[in-house]
Design a protein around this ligand. Structure first.
Ligand code: ATP
Ligand code: MG
Length: 286
């Protein structure tokens, strides 16, 4: 039998587009027809399962899938024994407590003895315990924001990204209790041949992530300034220097983080650099 591993990804929702983009950026090709629940890659030994995100931690813990991409909120809430292999940097959000806009908020003891509606009873329960607050947790699976207005609860604990859904429902955010982003998780007892495939995938994910956080930068520099410019943009091993057709000038190429580039831009220009180009990097293997 052909040896392939299985990766569980969200079928449709706020994780799916970025999960599939990451897989494509890793050079893995597959057919993703609408409504398909399974798909095998054509150029990498992996099969995809398209699932609801709630089910992903459990499937990975049971070994139905070897890997999964899921939000940390869902991972911690489901409390399954899996390995967290890599933070993926997308689907960033937070879980927060919110109360009706007009209410005064004196601090976390506001929630003492109150009813709180949430889809995250474990994360909320752990948080309240850590704060020594006793409250009634009312678990509901969706549309948590309407709970206060229909008299179901006095506060809520839910995912917030911009806060606009809260505002629309007459609520205000009062405590952030958990920060989340998408993570790659793995089964704890994978066979060695599976681990070898996972390592190959992680190598590619690292190359994609490094590429994203760095830029390829090219600029024209008068030869008299080259040593100053090299100090400002040292690059991976060292910058590339190519002579321009015009005497006395060179083209300097380097790789640096975008932040580093903006920090040094004034000094680069002061050193005489001009015609500066910043180019995205697709993958980077150091
Ligand atoms: P499913 O049908 O698969 O159960 P869902 O409705 O539970 O989907 P989504 O709304 O698609 O979940 O969100 C999936 C995950 O994306 C969340 O668990 C969270 O980690 C993250 N997420 C949720 N809301 C946002 C947001 N506004 N911005 C960024 N990430 C978010
Ligand atoms: Mg879900």
């Amino acid at each position: 039998m052909e040896q392939i591993i299985r990766i569980a990804v969200q079928k449709s929702g706020r994780l799916s587009d970025d999960s599939l983009s990451l897989i494509k950026e890793c050079g893995i090709k597959f057919y993703n027809g609408t409504g398909k629940l399974k798909s095998t890659a054509t150029n990498f030994p992996v099969e995809f399962l398209f699932l609801r995100d709630d089910d992903i931690p459990g499937y990975v813990a049971d070994g139905v899938a070897d890997l999964g991409i899921v939000g940390e909120n869902e991972l911690v809430e489901k409390d399954k024994d899996v390995l967290t292999l890599k933070k993926l940097g997308f689907s960033k959000c937070r879980l927060s407590l919110a109360i009706p806009k007009g209410e005064e908020y004196p601090g976390i003891h506001y929630f003492q003895g109150k009813n709180i509606a949430t889809s995250y009873p474990k994360i909320l329960g752990d948080y309240l315990q850590s704060q020594q607050i006793k409250a009634e947790i009312h678990e509901i699976s969706g549309s948590v924001e309407i709970a206060p207005s229909i008299g179901l609860a006095e506060g809520i604990c839910d995912i917030v990204s911009s806060g606009s859904t809260l505002l629309m429902n007459g609520l205000k955010e009062v405590e952030e209790i958990f920060k989340s982003e998408a993570v790659l998780i793995g089964n704890q007892d994978m066979a060695d041949w599976k681990k070898a495939i996972v390592d190959k995938l992680l190598f590619r994910i690292n190359a994609v992530q490094k590429g994203k956080s760095n830029k390829y930068v090219l600029m024209n520099v008068p030869n008299s300034s080259i040593s100053r410019v090299i100090e400002l943009i040292p690059g991976m091993r060292s910058p590339t220097i190519l002579p321009l057709a015009q005497e006395g000038w060179s083209s300097v190429h380097s790789v640096l983080s975008e932040d580093q580039f903006w920090e040094n831009i004034e000094e680069l220009r002061a050193a005489g650099a001009e015609g500066i180009l910043v180019v995205p990097i697709e993958k980077m293997v150091i």
